[in-house]
Write a protein that binds this ligand. Structure first.
Ligand code: G3H
Ligand code: 13P
Ligand code: ZN
Length: 307
């Protein structure tokens, strides 16, 4: 069943848990995420980035997600992740495929971010589609050389409060020191929890944590063993994810951890079965590992059993 993000996150906010939002590019990843959600009886958000759309096509991915969601016994949101081009967001809204879209205007001047977010939120709401917005630069906490630098780039609580009021967005992605990809921290995992609490107290919209992959040790080890060069990869500690949810995060974005799982599965299988040429056999362990990773995330986020 496909539902809007607003509806899914309102329930998560009331229940003080977060829902996992997983990026997809292909059939196997969609199947793995839905299988994990069904096994965990968890609501789930399936999302396509602009890059995923240019790789596989909006309609192609949308139809696969719709088929999977129609058959699923759990609620599913189909979401456009990090839409930076208003024309693509309008296309996604018009397509009738998405139940939620994100406008990422975080790199724009504040007034322009407000103006475009507000316009797109209205377009989305007219079709009962939710809109996620972003304020602040999602960048690793170690990237900021001073407190002043950090304050200038991470989400400002008072500005966030104004932004939600002015735009009518249904969810807000906040910058509290996470970053995208596999290399988030050189030292220990560290987030600006004080800032998160202040944002939560100041705003009315559910909050979203991007760049939330954890780079699980077991999967990383498997990757390294079979030749993937990700020695320095480091993600957000599970304890930090839990604390962020306690402080008000209701949507947690995961892409990198599924990529690593996919990679580990394929590398191990090909190393152990050099004679195999059937893609269905080659992709099977990759899918199994993605299911395991997605299930572990759902348990961590507290959305298991909430479908
Ligand atoms: O936040 C970005 C996601 O990890 C998607 O990455 O643009 O390479 O598809 P992508
Ligand atoms: P990760 O790179 O940490 O998986 O973050 C994904 C994300 O935020 C997608 O929007
Ligand atoms: Zn993101």
């Amino acid at each position: 069943m496909l539902i809007s993000l607003k509806r899914m996150l309102e329930k998560a906010e009331r229940g003080q848990y977060a829902v996992g939002a997983f990026n997809i590019n292909n059939l196997e990843t969609i199947q793995a995420i839905v299988a994990a959600a069904e096994a965990e009886r968890s609501p789930v958000i399936i999302q396509t980035s602009e890059g995923a759309i240019s790789y596989a096509g909006m309609e192609e991915l949308g139809c696969l997600v719709h088929l999977a969601a129609d058959r699923a016994r759990v609620p599913v949101v189909f979401h456009l992740d990090h839409g930076k081009h208003p024309a693509l967001i309008e296309e996604a809204i018009k397509s009738g495929l998405y139940t939620s879209v994100m406008f990422d205007g975080s790199a724009l001047p504040y007034e322009e971010n407000v103006r475009t977010t507000k316009r797109l939120a209205k377009l989305a709401h007219d079709k009962n589609i939710s809109l996620e917005a972003e304020l602040g630069a999602i960048a690793g906490i170690e990237d900021f050389v001073s407190v002043k630098d950090r304050d200038a780039n991470l989400t400002d609580p008072d500005q966030a409060s104004r932004f939600v009021e002015q735009t009518g967005c249904d969810a807000l992605a906040v910058a509290i020191g996470t970053s995208h990809g596999a290399y988030k921290f050189k030292k220990a995992s560290k987030l600006d929890f004080e800032r998160l609490l202040a944002i939560k107290l100041a705003t009315s919209a559910p909050l979203v944590l991007h760049g939330a992959s954890g780079v699980p040790a077991g999967i990383k080890k498997q990757c390294l063993k079979y030749g993937c060069k990700i020695e320095k990869a480091k993600g957000v500690a599970d304890a930090d994810i839990k604390k962020a949810i306690k402080l008000g995060i209701n949507k947690v974005n995961i892409d990198t951890d599924l990529r690593i799982a996919f990679d580990a599965g394929i590398r191990q299988f090909l190393a152990e079965h050099p004679e195999e040429i059937d893609p269905r056999e080659i992709l099977k362990p990759a899918k199994e590992l993605m299911i395991a990773v997605a299930r572990q995330k759902m348990k961590l986020l507290g959305c298991s059993g909430k479908a």
